[in-house]
Design a protein around this ligand. Structure first.
Ligand code: SAM
Length: 270
């Protein structure tokens, strides 16, 4: 058994025709490419993509002008960074934190309102794979189309059900483990979320302003939820050059407030 799993992991270390790979020059110059016949061009030369077949992930390839590109297996994050973005998308720090807070895992049923570009959708799909499902709602058909293309490109299509709908009056699905809400008026989704969740099910709301956070918090308390926390995550990047380790001069000052709540069932007499 141990031998067998080592064999499987050795196979998955090898680049195959049809794989999507991350070609990494530096933090600003990185690309996702499909391994298929044809050339991949950069401003520093090109190479034949099929030359990657049979090589091990983690190595590098040299372009016609001598530029080395590292070849990695892309993470969900790398693919999401390459998405077309017709809408604002959530930042990785907020997505990652919320996924952990929601306890997202294999087999979960997750409802999402505000598909947008599908960034959070993809992270949720990665989290519930291989047996779970994400049911995502978006009222603008053009955004839904873009999100579907992005999610398919990331390979998560089979894990996501798309609805071109405003679910304020109710979700089509019941017995959800979690609901995530990323839109301008999240308080309007509280009643529908409560009805769709299992007892103790979790909700994450993302709000850019304090006013929205307050309205959401009031609606959650009035709507049968217990608020676990509302947080703002500040992330400071560091320069990593030896002898010059210090924070970067600029940082992203504000993204979203993250509110985490749990559905409470009505009190019953003992
Ligand atoms: C900020 S974007 C979501 C971005 C997404 N979380 C991501 O990471 O890609 C908000 C989306 O919510 C959608 N939206 C707003 N109100 C809605 C509603 N009542 N029902 C469904 N979608 C809604 C908007 O059309 C927009 O695409």
């Amino acid at each position: 058994m141990a031998l067998q799993s080592r064999r499987v992991s050795a196979l998955s270390r090898e680049i195959k025709l049809g794989d999507r790979v991350l070609l990494y020059q530096d933090v600003r110059r990185k690309w996702i490419a499909k391994v298929e016949p044809g050339r991949f061009h950069t401003h520093r030369g090109y190479f034949e993509l099929a030359e990657l077949v049979g090589r091990e992930y983690g190595g590098s390839i040299r372009t016609s002008m001598g530029q080395n590109l590292a070849v990695f297996k892309p993470r969900a994050l790398d693919i999401v960074e390459s998405f077309d973005r017709p809408t604002q998308i959530l930042y990785p720090k907020d997505i990652g934190y919320a996924l952990f807070q929601l306890g997202i895992g294999n087999g979960d049923r997750v409802l999402e309102v505000g598909t947008g570009s599908g960034a959070l959708t993809s992270a949720l799909a990665r989290g519930v794979a291989p047996d779970g499902q994400v049911f995502t709602y978006e009222m603008r058909p053009e955004f839904l189309r873009a999100a579907r293309a992005n999610v398919d490109k990331a390979g998560f299509g089979p894990l996501v059900t798309f609805h071109n709908e405003d679910p304020t009056e109710g979700f089509e699905e019941k017995e959800a483990d979690a609901v995530v809400v990323d839109l301008g008026d999240p308080w309007r989704m509280v009643a529908a979320a409560w009805r769709a969740l299992i007892g103790g099910g979790l909700l994450a709301g993302f709000t850019p302003t304090i006013n929205q956070l307050e309205k959401l918090a009031v609606a959650l308390r009035e709507g049968g939820f217990m608020i676990l926390e509302a947080v703002e995550l500040l992330m400071r990047e560091f320069k990593t050059e030896a002898g010059k380790i210090r924070p970067e001069t600029r940082m992203i000052g504000h993204t979203a407030y993250v509110t985490i709540a749990r559905k409470l069932l009505p009190a019953s007499d003992v």
